[in-house]
Write a protein that binds this ligand. Sequence first.
Ligand code: NDP
Length: 481
Amino acid sequence: MQTIKNYINGELIEPIGKTYIDNYNPSIGKVYSLIPDSDERDVELATQAALQAFPKWSITPKGERSAILLKIADLITKNLERLAVAESVDNGKPVSLAKLIDIPRAASNFHFYATGILHYAAESYAMEDTAINYTLRNPVGVAGCISPWNLPLYLFTWKIAPALASGNCVVAKPSEITPMTAYLLSELCIEAGLPKGVLNIVHGYGHKVGAAISAHPKIPLISFTGGTKTGAEIARVAAPMFKKLSLELGGKNPNIIFADCDYENMMKTTLHSSFSNQGQICLCGSRIFVEKSIYEKFKTDFVDRVNKMKVGNPADPDSRLGAVVSKPHMEKVLSYIELAKQEGGTILCGGNQVKVEGEFADGYYIAPTVIEGLTYNCRTNMEEIFGPVVTIMPFETEEEVMMYANSTQYGLASILWTENLTRAHRIANNLHTGIVWINCWLLRDLRTPFGGVKNSGVGREGGFEAFDFFTEPKNVCIKLK
Ligand code: NDP
C-alpha cells in the first residue's frame, strides 16, 4: 500500500506524529493508500521552510521563476496518463474526464501563470507637472492555499501557480479525501528543480492542518476553495489577524432555458452541466428552469437521455458517471433525494444508489437523478447538494424566472439558453452571480475574473486578479519640483 508523504523544504517526509489516515478508492469502497495525519507541528515546519525560501524566491527574476513553472507544466503533461488514472482512483471520476479536463487544466494553470507574470504590470498616475505616482506590486510572503476534493489537482494548481509565479512561497493543503495527485505533483516539483521550501504540501485533516494554516501568524494570506461553512470558519479565524482572504465557496446555480434556444446544443450541454464529475462541480447547473411552452418536451427528452447515461467503472470509457467521492458524501446526497420526496418532489429518473457488479460492488455510485414538482424555495432548491441531482421546473415569464434564479443565498454561476440577444444581455446583467454562461457551460478563458457573490465567496481568481491578490500594492509618489 502506498504511503503518501508531506513535501516540506524540498523533501518528502513523514508527518512528525507518524500517524496516518486511510485513503479510500471510492470506486471500490476500499482503502488503497495512507495519508499523513499531520498537525500544527508539520504546518510550523512547512511555514519555517517557506519563510527561509522567501527572500531569495521573491527576488528571483520573473523569467527564472517562469522557466521553472513551465517545466512543472511540461512534466504534468508528460505524466498525463499516470496523473489521470491517479485522480480517478482517488476521486471516483471517470478516467476519460480526468484526461480531458482535470490534468490538462492543471498543466494549463502552471503554463498560464508562468507566462502571465511576464506581462503583469502596475499602474502609474502622473499629476501633470507636480508629481508622478507608480505602484509597486510585491509578493506578500507565505501564502496558505487550501483546496477541495472535487477537482483535486485542477483547483490545487489554480492557487499554487499564481502564488509562486508572483514570488510568494506556499504552504498548501489538498483535501485529505483526495491527496494523491498533490503528492505526485510534489515529486514533479522536485524533478523540475523548484528550490526547496518554495512550495510545501502538508497533508491531513482540515480541522488540524487547514485550521493551523488559517491561524498561523506568519501566513498573511489565505486562498481557499471549499464549502461556505468552512469558508466562514476560516474568515472567523483569519479576519481578526487582518489576513488577505480569497474565498471560493459553494453554489446552487440556475440553468435557465428559453423556448427559442438552440435545442440540441442546449440538451447536450445541459447533460454535462448537470452531471459532469457526478454533479460535483461548484459550477454545475442544479436548478433547471424551462419555459413552459417546451417544458414537457424538455422533460421527456432530458429524462430519456439521462436514463441512457452509464454509471460504473471509472476506467471504462463508456461510463459517463463514476463514483461519488466518499461514503459520507454518498449518504448526504441520498439524504437530499429523500428530502426532495418529503418536500413533494417526484423522482423522474435515478433517485437511488447504483450497485455495480464485481469488484465495484462496494463503490459509491448514484444514478443521475432528475426531480420535478418542487417549489423554487424549498430546501432541495436552496441548499447545495453537490451530487448527480437536478431539479426541473417550468416558468412563464422572464420576471418569474429571474426571481427564482436569484432566490438562493448563493451567487456563483448561472447558465442561460436563448437566441434572443437583447434578452440575453438584459438577463446577464440582472443575474446575481459572478459568472454567466450564455449558450454554453464551463467555457473557460483563464484571463477572466472567476468567483462568486453572496455566500459563494469573496474575491476573484483568474487572470491578473490572482496576481493582484497574491501581491501587495505600494504606491510611490515622487514630487517633481
Ligand atoms: P470543505 O469546505 O469541506 O473542504 C475544503 C478544504 O478545506 C479541504 O482541504 C478541507 O480539509 C479544508 N478544511 C476543512 N475544515 C477546515 C478548517 N476548519 N480550516 C481550514 N481548512 C479546512 O469542502 P469540500 O472539500 O467538501 O468541497 C466541496 C465544496 O467546495 C462545495 O461546497 C463546492 O461548492 C465548493 N467548491 C467551490 C468552488 C468555487 O470555485 N467556488 C470550486 C469547487 C468546489 P478536509 O478535506 O480534511 O476536510
